[in-house]
Design a protein around this ligand. Structure first.
Ligand code: HEC
Ligand code: HEC
Length: 488
């Protein structure tokens, strides 16, 4: 895990900074030439200056609004639509869970922009509903979205699945995963293919607690089942020659299909991208002012939510830090929580075993964040504004946090603040800049609107839900319309 990955880019940015600052000075000189402006002219001059500053800032931060169109080039081939279609069916098919009651879509819900519809995932032993009325034992954390995950250099809340090259498309240095997988899946072409091996063998997510056998035995069982379903077999034979020649389906075929579907889930054409490509009308003046706050003091969100280099304009440095998010512990859970009261999540320390890594979570990528029903690794906040306020003054946020908005099963037990406060990263120990009410509202507008690609809204994803799946098992009941967070 690189501790300061941004350092890699400092050399490149120095000369760029010099050029851009010179350009900025030149542009500023031009705008000074207007003599005593009338009020509309003054507005225009102000608007012009705002655009000039933001455009400069975006070029410094490597935001060119073209990451989405670079996807195919990064993948090195075009997406295979037939394989992606198999992946879509599998993503929604409970046949992938040993218990036959959960699918990827049970937690990565289309009605929540492929985020979790719950603050903390409900895995096996659920009631078949995906939305606020889903019930069953809670797991440990919330499922983050799979949208744009293809661009991430590492995956999971603590980044424990990582491409050593800092590029999910590049396996040349291997993929690092915790044991038992280790680096054994490094031959796969993309980090998402390796990731797709793991949810089905997770006991609380999809495998259940009864099946006897290790992860490979679970995968073999799932592959055997899928191989036995005529429609899948036929579709897979069309995509893989070895299968057409009669070979037995392997779990790897399934993983490749799921990843291919995830490759089609790129939604990175937000107003900010249109703006960065030159359409200055794509963002409102408030969003533009908010953008400057994001990238500069006093808010300076970009210190962790970066866009440059390996961040692929995803607004995260993918490095783990402790920022003191309130601890939520479900009353009914099939996960083992940490700490003396079994009511804490130790974050990265669960993977590394190092007490110094306690409470560390990956800076979350922020694209399409406004479409989430809840925020942070445990959905501690159900309004975007509160999740941002928490960053500004962690101590105060913790002191005033009640959790009363949480559903009953998540409200009763709350882990202690103190151990986590003392471990918090220095950037969140000190209150971040005093933002006026107007400044805060501009910042919120930027995060909520400028980073949202309308194609990632649940309404635009609804058509992806299949009416039936090849296994014939029931597709979950998705509560559309009930999960979009409206409270900013
Ligand atoms: C029971 C709920 C559940 C199910 C079912 C589930 N996931 Fe997840 N998924 C999660 C949670 C929770 C995380 C984060 C876990 C962590 O960080 O500890 C996650 C993380 C991920 C990530 C990483 C995203 C990121 O931002 O790093 C991907 C990709 C993913 N899951 C894909 C899948 C696929 C594909 C399936 C089906 C084969 C699946 N998941 C099934 C809950 C689920
Ligand atoms: C010190 C590094 C750091 C800084 C600076 C920072 N963040 Fe974060 N941010 C994080 C981490 C770490 C998380 C994930 C925490 C967790 O889930 O436990 C996060 C999560 C978030 C989330 C929730 C995302 C989700 O999917 O749940 C939002 C929204 C957010 N940050 C916005 C901001 C804004 C706006 C700013 C500037 C005011 C900012 N952040 C500054 C580290 C930082």
């Amino acid at each position: 895990m690189p501790s300061t990955p941004t350092a890699r880019f400092s050399a490149d940015t120095t000369w760029l900074t010099a050029i851009l600052l010179a350009m900025g000075a030149w542009l500023a000189a031009c705008s000074d030439q207007s003599i005593v402006p009338t009020s509309t002219e003054a507005d225009e001059t102000e608007g012009f200056k705002l655009d000039q500053e933001l455009q400069l800032q975006l070029s410094l931060m490597g935001v060119d609004g073209r990451i989405e169109e670079r996807f195919t080039e990064m993948l090195g081939r075009s997406i295979d639509p037939e394989l992606a279609e198999i992946g879509r069916l599998l993503f929604f098919d409970p046949i992938l869970s040993i218990t036959k009651d959960n699918s990827c879509s049970g937690c990565h819900a289309p009605n929540a922009s492929f985020n979790d519809a719950k603050s903390i995932s409900v895995g096996v032993d659920n009631n078949g509903v995906v939305g606020p009325n889903r019930s069953g034992p809670f797991n440990l954390r919330r499922a983050p979205t799979i949208i744009n995950a293809a661009f991430y250099p590492n995956l999971m809340w603590d980044g424990r699945f990582a491409a050593e090259s800092l590029d999910g498309f590049d396996n040349s240095m291997g993929f690092r995963m915790p044991e038992p997988e280790g680096n054994s899946l490094s031959h796969l072409d993309h980090l998402l293919m390796a990731q797709a091996f793991t949810p089905i063998s997770d006991r609380m997510e999809m495998a259940g607690f009864e099946f006897e056998g290790d992860n490979d035995a679970i995968r073999a069982e799932i592959a055997r089942r899928v191989d036995g379903i005529a429609e899948y077999r036929k579709r897979f034979e069309e995509s893989f020659t070895e299968l057409a020649d009669g070979a037995t389906l392997q779990y790897e075929h399934i993983a490749r299909a799921i990843a291919e579907f995830e490759f089609t889930m790129i939604r990175a054409d937000a107003p900010l991208d249109q703006y960065a490509r030159g359409d200055t009308a794509a963002m409102s003046p408030a969003e533009k002012r908010g953008g400057l706050l994001f990238f500069r003091d006093p808010a300076a969100c970009f210190e962790c939510h970066i866009t440059l280099g390996y961040a692929n304009q995803m607004f995260s440095d993918f490095a783990p830090r402790a920022i003191g998010v309130p601890q939520i512990a479900p009353t009914e859970t099939n996960a083992v929580f940490d700490g003396p009261g079994r009511d804490e999540d130790f974050g990265l320390a669960r993977t590394t075993g190092d007490p110094g890594d306690r409470y560390k979570f990956r800076s979350t990528p922020l694209r399409n964040v406004a479409y989430q029903p809840s925020f942070m690794h445990n959905g501690a906040f159900s309004c975007l504004d509160n999740s941002i306020r928490h960053h500004l003054e962690m101590q105060q946020s913790l002191a005033t946090y009640t959790g009363e908005h949480l559903e009953f099963g998540l409200r009763a037990k709350r882990g202690p603040d103190q151990p986590m406060q003392s471990m918090a990263h220095h950037l969140s120990q000190i209150p971040r800049g005093r933002l006026t009410v107007d400044m805060f509202s501009d910042l919120l507008e930027f995060v909520a609107v400028s980073l949202s690609d309308p194609e990632a809204h649940p309404d635009a994803l609804r058509h992806l839900v299949p009416a039936t799946v090849p296994s014939g098992l029931p597709v979950h009941e998705f509560e559309f319309g009930a999960t979009v967070n409206e409270c900013r």
